[in-house]
Design a protein. Sequence first.
Length: 583
Amino acid sequence: MPKPAAAPEQKQTAPSFAKGLFTGTIDESLIHPFPALEAEEQESLDLVLETFHRFAADKLDGARFDHEMEIPREIIHQLGELGVLGFTVPEAYGGYGFSTGAYCRLMEAVCRYCASTATVVGGHQSIGIKGILLYGTEEQKKEFLPRMASGEWIGAYALTEPGSGSDAAAMASRAVYDKQDDVWVLNGRKQWITNGGFSEVFTVFARTDVPGETKPTKTVSCFLVKRELEGVSTTPPMHKMGIRGSNTVDVVFDNVRVPAAHLLGEPGAGFKMAMEILNTGRLSLAAGCIGSAKEMIDLSVKHALERKAFGTTISQFEMIRRKFAEMMAETYAAESMVYLTTGLCDRGGMDFSVESAMSKIFASEVLWRVANHAVQINGGNGYMSEYPFERFLRDARINLIFEGTNEILRHYVALAGMQKPGEALREVGKAMKEPIGNIGVITGEAARRLKRAVATPRLQRVHAALADEAELAAQWTQRLAITVESAILEHRRDIVQREYVQERIADAAMDLYAMLATLSRTTARLEKAGEEKASREVKLARLFCRQAWRRVRRNLVQVESNDDALLDQVSDIAYGGPGYALG
């Protein structure tokens, strides 16, 4: 079998900013100044978005698509003509060649109109095309990308299986190489595949034996599978709670003979590739959440300023004010996280996997709260399908599940962040067995701990108007590192199973990343416009940071002082019932 040449991967030259938080490190050079698109790209993006908004206002009827549970193919074809389906594809292959940051602005715009349409676009471009962009050979790019960028061919990402969702290691689909015909024979079933009912190209992951290995390894490889191949079939579209206009099916591969030339990347490298593809997919999903949240805020403000009760508009009631304040501050923070992370992504050579996961978790949960508040603020109107609020609420729910459930991603954030401090502690433990020969390791660790104990690092690049918030961010980042170290020392290898601890540490780290992203963005605004013109952003940043650090404090305190044993006992009651079997 000829071994395809994988596209060269970018060498990572800079560490993950978010992972550094777990060791108490805040590398301000990675987040200041807050990233912005180049002027030329911003100008091009503005023109494209202007055209898109005119199209969307007339054509993207989210309520109709939801009711009919289908987006007309003509609409998808027109999205291709607008260039929406090839936004990040290089111009050489028929696309616009926009950056990740610009693409996320597009997805934000799409979600202000219709989350189902955004799902179709994201399933095609965020993850359906991404593997070819990252790992395709020149021949593969020339064959697939022009037709996919134009929308002639729609892409789908086929990873999940009936017995393998977030647990990709349980994958059952299998591909066996047939040397005589130079094909891979693919068998398996993929579940809940977005665009699967009409896509022409599937990015499919399956278990393979790596050629040359004497013992079967059953690693995962990736394939580009065309619908036209014999043995490819799909189920009827599934009925869903939300995003009902998008197409979701199971895809079955029955002895499908995939040309060896359509193996994507290196044999056996599929799992790593799948995770890398999802990194940017999570960012665009998070950006879409921001767009939906903004739409819900705008429509709810209009209602609150007009609706009267007890002789005044409901906008004057403090419980309504509180909802709007939290909706505004949290959406501002989520937006700051996403576009700080797209800046890290577009910089190149960066590990932004943890930041991407954090953005997805945070933004999806912000949208869920915003949509819920919007329904409540709009009262009876919020519950009626005549208005968009209940649809946005239903559509929002999938984001907590899409592209890795938020529980699985919290697990990943915590363990990825704790890896480096865990390794450092392991090295010190080894050194203590021979203290004389390893005095440098021991004294270095002692000096690090002493420095952390007597001095809180100060943020040097945050604007003076946000000095109090900057001090809180620095102080509690240091406390995060201390708590992480204590948790590792207490649980050691068992930390992998201590999900109560992982969840609290992940949530604390996310809030700290959100605080730092917000401070960076607001600092950039202050430096450009001055305190008077940036007063709105300063108020949003202050409110978010003051609420976030209290959550950080609560989570870190509860790592050591908690009701975890009681949580286990009460969940055992449910399992033993089974269910709510009480008198």
